[in-house]
Write a protein that binds this ligand. Structure first.
Ligand code: MN
Ligand code: MN
Length: 390
């Protein structure tokens, strides 16, 4: 099938007419980026689909007191661009050596301490220890492991830059070696076949051992570090923005160069505070409520507007370019973890957009007297407390 025919099929499926095709200035035939211009069937109905999933209340994969619970397109169909996992590891438990064929991994530590190792295609390896508020990023396909450090459990949130990615479909080292013939392994490692007799035959996923040493031991090859670290201490920094009613920490590839495909945000909102209406031109947004209760609104053009209330442990999802807002509707402070699938943070706030236009334009647009807009903020509000911007 030629690229032209493929495009016609796609547009016919999406309900486009030939006139719309001519007007839509489609990308060159065969350019996969053209797919991004085709309306997503999950988003092209008369009403917006739900964008909420109760992640921590879901069942997931449980082994002893360790668990992995995931939100992919299976659990939350709207979330095509980002998947997420809530994972808890008991002391002595390791999420075994593995890689992800189709996604990079970004993480935020909620509780306890975690040790990771990661290797890059140049054979350079890094071992890092993480505490609450720390972040890691592993590029797509780079091999890594996650291990509870110390004698208390750890809990962290993982974000993947692909909503179709399942944490339970990773490439694990035991799964691979357990299914490779022993003569093949013996030849590859220069070891006797018998050395592999007692290796696991199936994927281990959560491996269990003694508590790891407090001081990480050197790799077998010795220390051979990559030029860019995989660790960023997000909450150890001063907040990057402080406002009446809240504050924000943000990290993208500007501060954390290896994080080329994910931006992370921690947003604190006092009761009644509002992260104002805005959109992200370049990224989908994945939300996880660390604490508190929030109301998230979503605007999807053609009069489509939907609100969801998210509680602690719930996930929300905002497609790229869709308008949204976050309001603390509980009576305690709220903390929200946000992941965006772009390495450079971009947002346009509604107050900023209005402030960027002259009063006569706004008067004509809204059919209101120009004087009214003299009372609107002359700047980006971003975040306001329960009383609104002063
Ligand atoms: Mn992983
Ligand atoms: Mn946002």
């Amino acid at each position: 099938m030629s690229g032209i025919h493929r495009r016609d099929v796609l547009l016919a499926t999406a309900g486009f007419t030939a006139a719309a095709l001519a007007a839509s200035n489609p990308a060159e035939a065969g350019d996969p980026s053209f797919m991004n211009n085709v309306p997503d069937p999950a988003l092209s109905g008369n009403e917006l689909p739900t964008f909420k999933f109760a992640l921590d209340k879901s069942e997931g994969k449980v082994v002893g007191n360790s668990f992995g619970k995931e939100a992919t397109v299976t659990q939350l169909p709207i979330s095509k661009g980002i998947a997420g996992v809530s994972m808890r590891l008991e002391p002595g438990v390791m999420r075994e050596l593995h890689w992800h064929a189709t996604a990079a991994e970004w993480a935020f530590v909620l509780d306890g301490r975690v040790r990771t190792t990661v290797i890059d295609p140049q054979g350079r390896a890094e071992t890092n220890d993480f505490e609450v508020g720390d972040v890691w990023y592993f590029p797509r396909g780079h091999g890594h492991m996650l291990q509870c450090l110390g004698d208390k459990p750890c809990h962290f949130i993982l974000i993947f830059d692909n909503g179709y990615f399942s944490e339970f479909g990773t490439f694990s080292i035991t799964d691979w070696m357990g299914h490779a013939p022993k003569p093949l392994l013996a030849k590859a490692f220069g070891m006797p076949e018998g050395a592999f007799d007692a290796f696991p035959k199936e994927e281990v996923y959560f491996a269990r051992g003694p508590l790891p040493p407090e001081d990480a031991a050197a790799p077998l090859q010795g220390w051979k570090l990559p030029p860019e670290t995989h660790k960023y201490r997000l909450l150890a920094q001063a907040p990057h923005g402080v406002y009446p009613g809240g504050r924000e920490w943000r990290v993208d590839s500007g501060r954390f160069p290896i994080s080329k495909t994910i931006t992370g945000v921690v947003l604190d909102l006092e009761p009644g505070a509002l992260r104002e209406l805005h959109w992200h031109p370049n990224a989908d947004e994945w939300q996880y409520v660390i604490d508190g209760q929030i109301n998230v609104t979503l605007f999807g053009s053609h009069g489509r507007f939907r609100a969801e209330t998210l509680d602690k442990g719930d996930v929300g999802y905002i497609p790229q370019g869709y308008g949204h807002s976050i309001e603390n509707v509980g009576d305690t402070p709220a903390r929200i973890l946000i992941g965006l699938n772009a390495g450079i943070y971009e947002a346009i706030d509604l107050s900023q957009w209005i402030a960027g236009n002259p009063a006569d334009v706004l008067a004509t647009n809204f059919g209101q007297p120009a004087e009214l807009f003299g009372k609107f903020p002359e700047r980006d509000v971003f975040l306001s407390d329960g009383k609104g911007p002063g």
